[in-house]
Design a protein around this ligand. Structure first.
Ligand SMILES: [Zn+2]
Length: 268
């Protein structure tokens, strides 16, 4: 009797196990469906993401020191305008008003300002450097340039400063109400400005182009001077190449966002 009962229990358990396995087996197609649904979803997703947005432009800033110059500054601004690019010009205060120079500086600075370029302070008389000059000399160089920019550019308040030759003491950087902007790509255009012949000019221009294009990368700050013909000739080639390589030339403020006063920047 007991054995019979045991077999009956065993049989019932066996049938229950078979039913359970069968019902699991029944679920298998739904698992397959889910997996195929997953596959479908991912294929839908990949078809959505395959429409990639255009690559954002790589940004660099070109900065020009020592102007404005009534010929080359205007020519440079017009060349930048062909690409919709904007640059930053660190001006010499006494060249803006044309008090000591023959440059038609006042209208040139205003021309830059009205065409969306950024103006910064370089100095008023282009002193040797801001490392060894007296506090009185340093303050005069700053305040007179700020006043000249303000006077000739519709009250514009400069916030950026480029030390002469990039030279300034750490103490003066930290005490400055301006952002101190140096560079990490030097075109060395001031070393290649003189031309005794057409072939020498070609060589000089090629050197300036090479000095920039061999090293430039996104976020860089490039140093040039808007007072030389060779700079203008080299810039035409540099802009064409930067544009072809997907670069956008922007102002320092556009490159750095909100540069802080009392801080030195040589790149982003
Ligand atoms: Zn300079």
């Amino acid at each position: 009797m007991r054995i019979k009962k045991f077999f009956r229990t065993f049989l019932l358990l066996y049938i229950a196990a078979i039913c359970f396995l069968t019902s699991c087996g029944g679920k298998t197609p739904s698992v397959t469906t889910a997996s195929s649904a997953t596959t479908q979803t991912s294929s839908t997703t990949s078809s959505t993401t395959s429409v990639t947005p255009p690559e954002p432009k790589k940004r660099v800033a070109i900065t020009f020191d020592d102007g404005p110059h009534n010929v080359w500054t205007v020519a440079i601004a017009d060349e930048l305008a062909k690409y919709g690019f904007h640059a930053t010009f660190f001006v010499v205060g006494n060249r803006i008003g044309g008090e000591k120079r023959v440059y038609n500086g006042s209208s040139t600075a205003l021309y830059l300002f009205r065409n969306g370029h950024e103006l910064g302070i370089h100095g008023y008389t282009h002193l040797e450097n801001y490392k060894n000059c007296s506090d009185a000399e340093y303050q005069y160089e700053m305040s007179e340039t700020v006043a000249a920019i303000k006077k000739f550019c519709s009250g514009y308040e400069a916030t950026l400063m480029r030390p002469i030759g990039g030279s300034i003491s750490q103490e003066r950087i930290e005490a400055s109400p301006y952002s101190i902007i140096t560079w990490n790509v030097d075109s060395l255009d001031y070393k290649h400005k003189g031309n005794d012949s057409a072939s020498e000019q070609k060589e000089n221009v090629e050197t300036i182009v090479q000095n920039v294009m061999s090293t430039v990368k996104e976020g860089d700050i490039i140093l040039m001077h808007d007072i030389y013909e060779n700079t203008y000739e080299a810039l035409k080639i540099i802009l064409e190449r930067l544009d072809a390589e997907g670069y956008e030339v922007v102002t320092i403020t556009e490159l750095l966002g909100e540069p802080l006063p009392g801080t030195r920047y040589s790149h982003r």
